[in-house]
Design a protein around this ligand. Structure first.
Ligand code: ATP
Length: 283
């Protein structure tokens, strides 16, 4: 085998609270992460020496700042294997959108190289290496539905919230995660739903209660810069979403639907005002 093709799934946050800034500059968060079936495709092709990265999206860097480069480097350093790699990323997940696209690509490289090079590294070892390049990488390696604390790395698997219909909209402007966290006023932050309670609703399979309780503490700040986010959330509810919030540090907004017809009506309406409108589902 000299090539492997890996699915690289995005995520949304069903709820996100930021607790405080730590001395090391990172923020402690409390969040529920949910993988979605919107995915990039990452192809790993053996190459004698060095790394070559290709991507169909011009906003993605092709140098050492790409998270796939960092993942390859970690694996090479840990195992001492001196092999090159050609990585081809087919992007479908919008970039800098709060959907963990880059982290997910890195996770795909960790998982893919482990198989391609027969490394026999455990998932735990891959997650440990992943954390060194990004807080969301461990979740992207394990996937599914998880309650995350710490900087996002303390993961507890909870009952799967899979197979729920999601409408996702992206306004087509990149939003830097660092910029949002740096400007967050933790003393005057908005009220956030009780995340423990949402976890309970997931355990009870109560999609309506999950959807109506979803909140994201980062929304207020991003809405100040992009008021259209508030409008999209309102539109989604008017068109029948059970609940709608921004994902991660935005600007992606998603809604959960339990009625396909309403979802497609909403999609048609939003396509008139937003650059990207994507139908997906939780996995
Ligand atoms: P997060 O919330 O984890 O920061 P995000 O979904 O908001 O993620 P990404 O799409 O992961 O944002 O991109 C964030 C930054 O990472 C961008 O500035 C981009 O240039 C850089 N980046 C590095 N590697 C990748 C990659 N493989 N795919 C997309 N962006 C990448």
């Amino acid at each position: 085998m000299n090539e492997i093709v890996v699915d690289s799934f995005g995520k949304v946050n069903l709820a996100l609270d930021v607790l405080y800034k730590r001395d090391d500059g990172y923020h402690e968060i409390n969040t529920i992460m949910q993988q979605i079936d919107l995915k990039d495709t990452v192809t790993l092709r053996d190459r004698k020496k060095g790394i070559k990265i290709e991507c169909n999206d011009k906003d993605v860097p092709l140098d050492h700042t790409n998270l796939v480069y960092k993942a390859w480097e970690k694996i090479v350093n840990k195992t001492g294997i001196n092999r090159g790699i050609h990585i081809i990323i087919q992007k479908r997940i919008p970039v800098s959108a709060g959907l963990a696209g880059g982290s997910s690509n890195a996770a795909a490289v960790f998982k893919g190289l482990n198989i391609l090079w027969n490394l026999k590294l455990s998932e735990e070892e891959l997650m440990k290496m992943g954390l060194q390049i990004g807080a969301d990488v461990p979740f992207c390696i394990t996937g599914g539905t998880a309650w995350a604390k710490g900087i996002g790395e303390k993961l507890t698997k909870i009952k799967s919230f899979s197979n729920n219909m999601i409408l996702l909209t992206n306004i087509g402007v990149p939003v830097s995660t660092a910029h949002v966290y740096d400007n967050l006023d933790l003393y005057n932050k908005e009220k956030v739903a009780d995340i423990e309670k949402i976890v309970r609703y997931i355990e009870e399979d109560n999609i309506v209660k999950v959807a109506t309780s979803m909140t994201n503490v980062l929304e207020g700040f991003v809405i100040k810069e992009y008021p259209i986010i508030k409008e999209i959330k309102k539109d989604m509810i008017e068109y029948g979403a059970l609940g709608s919030i921004m994902s991660g540090s935005g600007p992606t907004v998603f809604g959960i639907f339990d009625d396909e017809k309403k979802l497609y009506n909403c999609k048609e309406m939003l396509e008139k005002k937003v650059e990207k409108v994507i139908v997906t589902r939780t996995i």
